[in-house]
Design a protein around this ligand. Structure first.
Ligand code: SF4
Length: 401
């Protein structure tokens, strides 16, 4: 299974002058290196400060060791402007206080470097919570919106640059005057946040970040998430409504993208329509995927499992699901496996730990982790998202032939 450290894979690509230093074990280092596929001679912007047995046994002062590692890192990489100290299971077990370490190191290296900490530990978390923890830790770094500042839109959630550029263009054409993205591409560009900020979530798993933004006075715009033609249209329309923009104008702007997405989805619909789908809880994207796959591609939902169900953030998604679908929260895997085996669905969406055993039982699976490694938001990625589900079914058909 993947833990919250996995988020570093997409977060480090996004914030281009940040470095992620995991304070963990060899297992943590191995997970990150295999998930990110690091080249030996590349200078990646993440690493693991490995805690040895003497650290874990309290024989060495872990704080001194950490300061030494950070000094070495900064001497070698003076371009780093933001350093994330990322906690892990081992650092939490020995109760290493990374927030104090971050304060100490920030003071020492200011103003060239800001040091922030968050936990990516796998203790009772799903792998997408790492991004939520990182972004929640980043909110206090944002300057405040001065009183009376004009309203601005903040898009929250890590998006590949190509998708961010598409959304920025569409939101600009719709007529929203100021649009910022969080996290930003450079750590010095964190946008101001305050009562004038209206924010749209791009990912459904950002519950803690949402609370931190609301504490700063920002107001969330409820919407479907921007997956598929329907979700993307609803997401953009919700932003336009918050600025009282003429719906006819919004429709004119979104129509070409909507049409491209619908046409591109047609070929996947041939493969997916009528096929049954069972989603195990893993990524927290499950309700959004279920809505997209059932409403735009005609799949029949058997069960939609999700590790946590934030009914507030997902209210629009839940309303869009069929009334008779079983939605399950949490991980009672044995009972879910029983229900899945009894239903024999055409496709199962699950984590890596379940995928191989289920494949061995003749079921077709899709790993949910792929959904956060690929650009899948927006009109022009809708067919790629559908393709992730259609491909295993096509392969299965070819193997049968
Ligand atoms: S943080 Fe925990 S779950 Fe994640 S790789 Fe390290 S030890 Fe494993």
């Amino acid at each position: 299974m993947f833990c919250g450290l996995t988020g570093i894979v997409w977060l480090h690509r996004k914030i281009q002058d940040a470095f992620f230093l995991v304070v963990g074990s060899r297992t943590c280092a191995h997970l990150i290196q295999s998930a990110a596929g690091v080249m030996v001679f590349a200078e990646p912007r993440f690493a693991t400060a490995i805690m040895e047995e003497r650290d874990l046994a309290g024989l060495a002062d872990a704080n001194d060791e950490l300061d030494r590692v950070v000094d070495e890192l900064l001497a070698r990489r003076p371009d780093i402007r933001m350093l994330f100290l990322v906690g892990s299971c081992p650092s939490e077990v020995i109760k290493l206080d990374l927030s104090r370490a971050a304060q100490r190191l920030s003071k020492k290296h200011a103003p060239a470097l800001r040091v922030i900490n968050y936990s990516g530990s796998g203790i009772e978390t799903t792998f997408t919570q790492g991004e939520d923890a990182c972004l929640a830790a980043l909110v206090p770094e944002a300057p405040s919106n001065p009183a009376g500042a004009p309203a601005s839109l903040l898009v929250v959630g890590t998006l590949p640059d190509i998708v961010e550029d598409q959304f920025r263009r569409l939101l600009g054409e719709i007529g929203i005057p100021k649009v910022d993205f969080f996290p930003p591409r450079r750590s010095g560009d964190i946008p101001a946040i305050g009562p004038g900020t209206r924010f749209l979530l791009a990912q459904p798993f950002l519950g803690d970040t949402t609370l931190k933004l609301e504490d700063r006075g920002a107001v969330r715009i409820p919407a479907l998430f921007p997956f598929g033609a329907e979700g993307t249209t609803a997401w953009l329309t919700a932003a336009a409504e918050a600025w009282n923009i003429d719906p006819a104008h919004v429709q004119r702007v979104v129509a070409p993208g909507q049409e491209r997405a619908r046409r591109a989805l047609e070929r996947h619909r041939e493969t997916l329509a009528g096929k049954t789908l069972f989603l195990f809880p893993d990524s927290q994207l499950e309700p959004c995927l279920a809505r997209f796959l059932s409403r735009e591609l005609g799949m029949k939902l058997i069960e939609v499992g999700t590790p946590y169900l934030n009914k507030d953030l997902l209210s629009r998604e839940l309303e869009a699901l069929p009334d008779d679908v079983l939605i399950s929260e949490g991980q009672d895997v044995d009972r879910q496996l029983d229900r899945c085996r009894a239903a024999r669905p055409d496709m199962v969406v699950c984590g890596l730990g379940l995928a191989n055993p289920l494949e061995a039982e003749g079921l077709t699976t899709k790993w949910s982790i792929e959904l956060v490694f690929s650009p899948v938001h927006g009109f022009d990625q809708a067919a790629d998202l559908a393709g992730l589900f259609a491909r295993p079914l096509r392969r299965q058909t070819m193997l049968k032939v």
